[in-house]
Each structure stands twice: as structure tokens, then as C-alpha cells.
Design a protein around this ligand. Structure first.
Ligand SMILES: [Fe+2]
Ligand SMILES: [Fe+2]
Length: 317
């Protein structure tokens, strides 16, 4: 049962209590590296920290060289990026809670402490970019778009003992973050503004480790999973694809068509054409399709079989 808005406060409290009331056995607490590739990611993350305030050459940004329309569109785009990064700040510690409660290898705990910091940096750098372009925008201009960008439900899932951790990581990391990473690679190719490009590269560098974490984890545990657990993982990924990604969480052109999403798509186009970040349907479509196919190919040897997905603008992929 997932936490939902129509659940009473008592029910919600009872459920969270159940998860937190699970017997906690902390000892023996070892720092053995059971997942050495993830331990190495932790060390790589420690070595590669950066400061959004000082490591980005903000002086190279010349807002006055863009039109009012371009600045406004880019403010919307970078604000939207900040919203999704902000969501990641809270999903990260909630996952960490699960690692602790389930006595997962310490490598995962260590890596996620820095992963949370990295998401905070991503939120800050996107917020700063929007501010420098004229001002951060706190919420979707048209409320209708909130349904596409408000949440992907990971925080709720992490507090739900019925949803296996493996499924959450497969859906969040190996699917959603993998899609986001490929979009960043594509943005690096199409973004011309030097500061927007720097930001894309800083975030992308971190995201490559975030994605690696998910695959290293799944590869390490896949042989221990039962067919039932693999089916649950498949269901988590399917939900992430159908309810979140194909609903426009990362790409506004995939959102259900309505005046609100069309306005976001238009803002993306203006931002893209100005070289200030973002992309458009015709440029992103082949990237998105290739990513989904790669995720499917990469999951198959792990015993996780994804069905074809459908979207009016993509057909069956
Ligand atoms: Fe991020
Ligand atoms: Fe991330």
C-alpha cells in the first residue's frame, strides 16, 4: 500500500511507524567493503566535489545579450530543473534510511551521503542560474503542469516496506537517472552559452556516478533475487516509465498535451534556440528512444524483462 493523499493521517502514521519499528540490529557494524565498486564511487565523489558559487564562471554569463523573451524562457527552464533537483535532495536521505534499516553494505551508506550533497549542489546551481537570468520562478506558471513535475513518488516508496529497495533503485537510478544522464550528454552537445554548458557538465559528472551506483548494486544482487522479486522490480520500472517519464517529468514534450504543457514546450524551444540549455522534441526523441532500449538491454541479463512502452509521440519503444 502506498502512502496517498486520501489516506488518513492516522493510517499514514501507523505505516511509517511500522517501518521504523522494525527491529534494528546495528551491531556488528562493519566497514568491510562488500560492494567495492560502490566504495570506489564514494572515493571518486569525495575527490570530485565542486562549489556552485566559485567553480562556475558566472562572469561569463551575459544576460543582456539575450532578449527578454529568451531570458524569461530560460528562467522557467532552469527553475524547473531546480524543482526536480530539489526533489532529489529529500529522496536521497529517505533511501539512506532504508539502507540502514535493512542493514545494507556500508558502501551504499557512504556513497549516498555524498550523493545527497551532490543533489543539493545541483539544486543550488540551477536556482542560481535562474536568479542570474532575472529571477527564480517558484512553481509552474500554469498549475495544470504540476501533475507532470510535482513528484515521482520515490520518497513515498522508500517509506513503504512493501516496495523492495531493489525496485526503487532500478526505477529511480537505473531508469530515471539514466534517462536524465543521457539528456545531459545531449544538452552538452546543443547548449552554447558557456555558463549553461559548464553547469550541464558539472551535473553530468556527478550523475554518471549516480547511475553507476544503481547498476553496480543491481549486478551485485541479481543472482540472489527470486523470480517474484524480479517481477516486483519490473513493475517498479514500468511504473516509473509510464507514470513519470512518459508523463513529462523530465521532458515537457512528453507531458499530456494541454495549454500548460504547450507553454512549457514553447519555453523549452526558446531556451534551446538561444543556446541557454533545454532541448526540443525532434532533437531529444532519438536520444530518449535509444536510452530506453539500452536500459532494457542492460536489465535483460539481470533477469529483469521490460515490455514495450507506448506513447503517442513515440509509438512503441
Ligand atoms: Fe541531480
Ligand atoms: Fe542524481
Amino acid at each position: 500500500m502506498a502512502l496517498s493523499r486520501d489516506m488518513s493521517q492516522d493510517q499514514a502514521f501507523e505505516m511509517v511507524q511500522t517501518l521504523l519499528d522494525a527491529p534494528e540490529s546495528r551491531f556488528p557494524l562493519t566497514f568491510n567493503s562488500d560492494l567495492p565498486r560502490i566504495r570506489e564511487l564514494f572515493h571518486a565523489a569525495t575527490r570530485n566535489q565542486w562549489d556552485p558559487k566559485t567553480d562556475v564562471d558566472w562572469d561569463l554569463l551575459k544576460p543582456e545579450s539575450y532578449t527578454e523573451e529568451q531570458r524569461y524562457a530560460a528562467r522557467l527552464y532552469w527553475s524547473r530543473r531546480a524543482w526536480s533537483e530539489y526533489g532529489a535532495i529529500s529522496e536521497s536521505p529517505s533511501l539512506q534510511l532504508r539502507f540502514g534499516l535493512e542493514n545494507r553494505p556500508s558502501d551504499m551508506q557512504l556513497f549516498f551521503t555524498i550523493r545527497s550533497q551532490e543533489e543539493a549542489r545541483h539544486a543550488e546551481v540551477c536556482h542560481t542560474m535562474a536568479e542570474k537570468l532575472g529571477g527564480y520562478i517558484e512553481k509552474p506558471v500554469q498549475q495544470l503542469f504540476e501533475g507532470s513535475v510535482s513528484t515521482h513518488g520515490v520518497r513515498r516508496a522508500t517509506l513503504n516496506a512493501d516496495v523492495p529497495l531493489e525496485g526503487i533503485i532500478a526505477a529511480l537510478v537505473c531508469t530515471a537517472e539514466e534517462i536524465a544522464f543521457d539528456v545531459f550528454k545531449h544538452l552538452d552537445d546543443v547548449t552554447r552559452d558557456p555558463v549553461a554548458k559548464q553547469i550541464v557538465r558539472f551535473i553530468m559528472r556527478d550523475e554518471s556516478r549516480h547511475c553507476a551506483f544503481g547498476w553496480y548494486f543491481l549486478e551485485a544482487i541479481c543472482e540472489t533475487l527470486t523470480p517474484e522479486q524480479k517481477t516486483m522490480i519490473e513493475n517498479s520500472v514500468i511504473t516509473m516509465m509510464e507514470k513519470v517519464e512518459l508523463n513529462g517529468y523530465h521532458s515537457s514534450w512528453l507531458a499530456p498535451e494541454n495549454p500548460a504543457s504547450l507553454a512549457e514546450v514553447e519555453a523549452d524551444r526558446i531556451t534551446y534556440e538561444a543556446g541557454l540549455g533545454s532541448t526540443v522534441e525532434e532533437a531529444e526523441k532519438p536520444v530518449f528512444v535509444a536510452t530506453v532500449q539500452r536500459i532494457r538491454d542492460q536489465m535483460k541479463p539481470l533477469g529483469i524483462n521490460l515490455p514495450p512502452f507506448h506513447h503517442d509521440k513515440l509509438g512503441a519503444i
